[in-house]
Design a binder for this molecule. Sequence first.
Ligand code: B12
Ligand code: SF4
Length: 491
Amino acid sequence: MNILLANMPIEFNKRENLEPPLGICYIASMLKKLSGVNIFLRDYEVNLFSEDILGKELEELKIDVIGISFRTASFRSAKEFVKKAKNTGRDIFIAAGGHHATAFPKETLAALNCNAVVVGEGEYTFKELIERLIGGISLEGLKGLVYKSAEKGIIENRVRPPISDIDALPWPARELLNLNEYNVITFLTSRGCPFECIYCDKSISTRKVKFRSAGNIFSEIKHIAGRLNRNRLYIVDDHFFLKKNRTEHILDKIIGEKLSIRWTCQARVDGLSENILKKAKHAGCEQIMYGVETGDQKELEFIRKNATLKDAENALRLTKKAGITARANFMLGFPVSTEESMRNTINFARKLNPDIVRFFAVSPLPNTDLWTHIYGCSRAPGGIKWEDMDFFKPSFDIAGIKREKISLYVSAAYWHVLGKSFLKEISLYFFPNLMKLLYLIVKTGKIRGNISKSFPRSVNLILDNMHQVRGKRLSEAFNFLKKVYKLEKTL
Ligand code: B12
Ligand code: SF4
C-alpha cells in the first residue's frame, strides 16, 4: 500500500514557514513498522503545488491513501488539496488529522469531502486504520476515528485516550522529508501544558503534560547531529522550562558532552532565573519565544495567563542579559479590549524592547474558552468562514471597536516598537548591514534567512505589516498606511 502524508500551508507556493512538520513525521515513523507499506511525505510549505503536479505524483507513486495534516489557518488549503486530489479520478482513501479536524470531525468530513478524520494524537489510530485497510477489515470500533460508511453514513467511534508514554514512540521519520529545504529541525521533548490560557487550543496538547526521558531526548539529539548532520533545533514544546530540574538535566548533558547544537524554544515568562538562562545559552540556546500577549493588567486577568507584567519584564531582561535573542508575541483585540488597553500593550512592548516582536490579531480558536466567550456553544456561528481566518487580520469586532481599527492598531504597533530601529538600519547602519548580508550570502550560499539576520528589525516590520495590507488595492493600502501613520503618532 502506498501512502502519502501531506502537510498543508496557509497558502500554497509561498514558502512561509520553513520548519519540518513534526505531526506527519511522527505518523510516518509508526507506519515504517508495517510490511508492504511505502510512505511518502510532502510538506506544501516547501513543495510546489498545482493540480498537475499533484495528479502526476499520485499517478507515478500509485498512491492508495492520503493523510492530510492541517490547522484552522490552513483549512482553505486542505479543502483545495482534497478537491484536486479527487479531481484526478483516482480511487484514494483520504483521512484528515490535526487540530481543526479534531475540533470539528464531522464538519471536516463534510466540508473537505474526505473519507475519515483522526481525532487527537494520530500515531496509533492511523496505524490501525492502515492495518484495517490493508486487511479489508471494517472500521467499526476503531478508536479515535470518525468516518463515512457507505451503508450507515457518518460514524463517530469512541475517542482514543491520549498517548501516555511518549518515550515509546519511534522518533519522527524526518528523513522522508527533503531536510535541505529547512534551516532547522523541529524537535519535541514534551507534549502538553498545565496552564489554561483562554485562547489556547488544548485539544491535542492537553493540560496533562507528558515528558520524554532525558536519555531518549539526548539519544535523538545525537542522532540528529550525527546521522542527519544537522545542528539547529526548534524545540516545539509549549513550555520547555516547565519542569526546571528536568530541563537543567538536559542542558547539563548537552554542555557535558560538548554537543555543538544551536536551538530555539518557546517558554512562559514566569519562573525563569538568571542561572537557568545562562545555562541555556551555554548549551546553545539562540532564541526564546515568549507569549507575553498583553501589557494590560485587565486583559492579562481576562486571558488567565497566570503571569504578571513584572514576570515579562524580568524574563525579557534576563534573556537579553544572557545573550539570547528574546522574541515576544502579543495579541491585540480581545473581547474586553479597549483602545486604552491596546495602547497599554503597544507601549509595554516598546518598553520591553524585545529583539523580535510579533503582534497578532486575536482569533478565537475552536475548543477554547475564548471561543465560548464570543460564540457561546455554537459550533458554526453565522459569519464564520474558516477559509478567511488567517490569524493576522482580526476576525471579529469588539464592543465599540471595528476590526478595521484593530488592524490599524496591529500595524501601528509594529511602527511604534520597531520604527526607530528600522530607520537606523536603513540609514546609519545600512552599509555595515549590507556587508554582513554579502558575507552571509557567500558563506551560506543562501539569501533567504540572511536578510533577516542583517536587517532584523526592518524585515520584522515590513513582513508583518504586509499581512494587514494583503488583498487591498494599492490606493486602499496607501490610505490604510496613512491612517496607521496618524494613529502611531498618538500612541
Ligand atoms: C510548532 C508550532 C508551529 C510552527 C509549525 C511548524 C511546523 N511545520 O509544524 C509555526 C511557528 C510555523 C506555527 C504556525 C502557526 N501556528 Co502553531 N503551533 C506549533 C506548536 C507549538 C507545536 C506543533 C507541533 O509540532 N506539535 C507536535 C506534533 C507531533 O503534534 P501535531 O502537529 O499536533 O500532530 C499530531 C496530531 O495533531 C495528529 N495529526 C496531525 N496531523 C495529522 C495528519 C494525519 C493524517 C493524522 C492521522 C493525524 C495528524 O497526530 C500528530 C501526532 O500525534 C502547536 C502547539 C502544540 N503544542 O501542538 C501550535 C499550534 C498548532 N499552532 C497554532 C496556531 C494558531 C498557529 C498559527 C495560526 C499562528 C499564527 N498566528 O500565525 C500558525 C498557522 C500555521 C499553519 N500552517 O497552519 C494552534 C493551532 C490551533 C488550531 N485549531 O488551528 C496551536 C495548537 C497552538 C495552540 N495551542 O493554540 N505553529
Ligand atoms: S502557557 Fe502557552 S501553551 Fe500553556 S495554556 Fe498558555 S498559551 Fe497555551
